[in-house]
Design a protein around this ligand. Structure first.
Ligand SMILES: [Zn+2]
Length: 449
C-alpha cells in the first residue's frame, strides 16, 4: 500500500491535531480542512489536542510541530509563505513556514483529493468543485513549496468603490485559495475613506482578511480624501491650476498643487490619521485621483509630476516611519499624471511604486526586448527603492479587449522578468462586476507564480 487512507467507505479513525491552536490562521486552516474533508468523504474528523498512535493529520506552523512529527518533513523550500507536506501510513503533516503557509498547505492537501477553486462562488450554477468520494486516499511522499514573489495582491472587482460584503468575502476566499496573500482595495470617492474602512470592519470583511493572514493594500486612488476638495474655498492656492485658474480634483480638474508645502502637510496629516485608524492596511498605497492631469502653476511647472509626487510621498514616509513603521507606502509610476520618473528627487528608501501599463497589448512578456514600455519599466524599477509592484491586467476586462488570445505566454514571460529582476510584488486586477468568470484561469495561474 502506497497511500494513506484517511476515509474508507465513509468512516475514519483519523483526527486533526492543530499544533498552533493559539494562531488564528492555523485555527482557520484546521477548520477549512475539516469542513472540506467532511464534504468530500461524508465524515467529519474530530480534533485532538496532542499526537499519539492514532492516525492524525498534524497541522501548524513548522516552529510549533513537535520533533517526532517534524522529523517526517522535508527541508523548507526557499521563498515566501511556504509550506511542507509529509504523508505516511498514519500521519499527514502540514507545516507552514508562516501562518499563510499553513492555510496554503491545507488547500494543497484538499486539491490533492480533487477540490478545485478556479473562480469565486458567485453563481449558483458554478459552485466550487468538491468531489464526493467513498474513500479519501493520499499518496505517500514529501513536498515543499514556497512562492518566489513576496507580495501577491488580488484586486478583485468587489473591492472597487461600493462595498458589497458578500461578494468581497467570496472573492477574497478564492484569492487565498489561489495563493494570493493580499487584497487590493480601491475606495470610493464620495464617502470619507475612514468611514469606508469602518464599514469594512462592521461588515466582517476585515476579519475575513485577517483570519486568513492576508494583507490589505489600498485605498489606491485617494489623494482627494487626504486633501479634500471641501478646503478649496478657504485655500484655493492648495489646489491645481488649469488655464490660469485654480480648480478642484475632479473630472476636468487638476491634481492638487503638489509644490505647495502647506497643502502637502495637510495631506500628510490626514493620511497619517487614516493609517493609524486602519490597522489592517499593510501596504498604504495612495494614488492621485484617477485621470487628472498635474497642476500647471508656475512653481509646479518648474519641476516634474514625478519629482513632486516623490517629494510628497517622501514626506509622508518620514512621518509614518515614526508613527507606523510597519506599514509599507506606495504610489504609482508609469501611470498618468506621473508617467516619467523624477529627474532630481531621490526616492525615500522605503518608497514603493506600483507600475501600471494601461492599455497594454498582451502579446509579449516584459522579458521580451521588443516590449514597447521596457525602458519606462526599467527606469521605474530602479527608481522604486522600496520595491516595485507590477499592476497586471490579465484577468480584467476594462483595460483589455473582451475577447483576446490566451495569456499563458505573457504570464510566463512576465514571470521570467519578475524573477530575473527580483520584482517583489504583483497586483492583479480581476473580474469586472458581473463578468467574474472571464479570465479566471489567468487568475488561478498568476496566483501560483
Ligand atoms: Zn502647483
Amino acid at each position: 500500500m502506497s497511500r494513506a487512507v484517511i476515509v474508507k467507505d465513509g468512516r475514519s479513525d483519523w483526527r486533526i491535531v492543530n499544533m498552533s491552536d493559539s494562531n488564528r490562521v492555523s485555527a482557520f486552516a484546521a477548520g477549512e480542512l475539516r469542513w472540506y474533508l467532511a464534504m468530500v468523504g461524508g465524515f467529519e474528523l474530530g480534533f485532538a489536542d496532542a499526537v499519539d498512535d492514532t492516525p492524525s493529520i498534524v497541522i501548524g506552523l513548522r516552529s510549533d510541530i513537535c520533533p517526532s512529527e517534524a522529523d517526517l518533513l522535508p527541508a523548507p523550500a526557499k521563498g515566501f509563505d511556504g509550506f511542507s507536506l509529509a504523508i505516511t501510513p498514519n500521519r499527514v503533516v502540514i507545516a507552514g513556514d508562516n501562518d499563510r503557509g499553513v492555510l496554503y498547505g491545507a488547500y494543497e492537501l484538499l486539491e490533492r483529493v480533487g477540490c478545485r477553486w478556479f473562480y469565486p462562488t458567485m453563481d449558483p450554477a458554478d459552485p466550487e468543485v468538491v468531489p464526493r468520494l467513498d474513500s479519501i486516499e493520499l499518496e505517500f511522499g514529501t513536498y515543499a513549496v514556497a512562492s518566489p514573489i513576496p507580495i501577491r495582491i488580488c484586486n478583485a472587482s468587489s473591492f472597487f468603490f461600493d462595498i458589497d460584503p458578500i461578494a468581497m468575502k467570496k472573492q477574497l476566499d478564492v484569492a487565498m485559495k489561489a495563493r494570493y496573500n493580499g487584497m487590493g482595495w480601491q475606495c470610493d470617492h464620495r464617502t470619507p475613506v475612514g468611514d469606508q474602512y469602518r464599514e469594512l470592519v462592521e461588515a466582517g470583511v476585515i476579519e475575513a482578511i485577517q483570519k486568513r493572514g492576508m494583507m490589505l493594500h489600498g485605498p489606491a486612488h485617494s489623494f482627494p480624501h487626504f486633501l479634500p476638495n471641501e478646503l478649496f474655498d478657504e485655500h484655493p492656492e492648495w489646489f491645481g491650476m488649469k488655464d490660469g485658474e485654480r480648480v478642484k480634483q475632479e473630472i476636468g480638474g487638476r491634481q492638487f498643487c503638489w509644490s505647495n508645502a502647506e497643502a502637502r502637510k495637510v495631506f500628510v496629516d490626514n493620511a497619517e490619521r487614516f493609517v493609524l485608524e486602519s490597522p489592517a492596511i499593510s501596504i498604504f498605497c495612495t494614488l492621485a485621483y484617477d485621470g487628472g492631469p498635474a497642476c500647471e502653476c508656475p512653481k509646479c511647472a518648474k519641476s516634474t509630476p514625478g519629482d513632486l509626487v516623490f517629494q510628497l510621498l517622501n514626506e509622508l514616509i518620514e512621518r509614518l516611519q515614526v508613527s507606523a513603521p510597519h506599514v509599507m507606502v506606495e504610489t504609482s509610476g508609469g501611470y498618468n499624471p506621473v508617467h516619467e520618473p523624477p529627474q532630481a528627487t531621490k526616492a525615500h528608501d522605503k518608497l514603493r511604486v506600483v507600475w501600471a501599463h494601461w492599455g497594454r497589448a498582451h502579446d509579449i512578456g516584459f522579458d521580451d526586448p521588443r516590449y514597447g514600455w521596457l525602458d519606462n519599466l526599467e527606469t521605474w524599477r530602479k527608481a522604486a527603492k522600496g520595491g516595485l509592484t507590477l499592476c497586471m491586467y490579465y484577468t480584467d476586462n476594462f483595460a483589455t479587449p473582451w475577447i483576446s488570445a490566451p495569456y499563458e505566454r505573457v504570464i510566463e514571460g512576465d514571470r521570467r522578468y519578475i524573477l530575473d529582476k527580483g520584482v517583489d510584488a504583483i497586483y492583479m486586477l480581476m473580474w469586472p462586476k458581473g463578468y467574474w468568470w472571464t479570465h479566471s484561469l489567468n487568475h488561478y495561474l498568476a496566483g501560483r507564480c
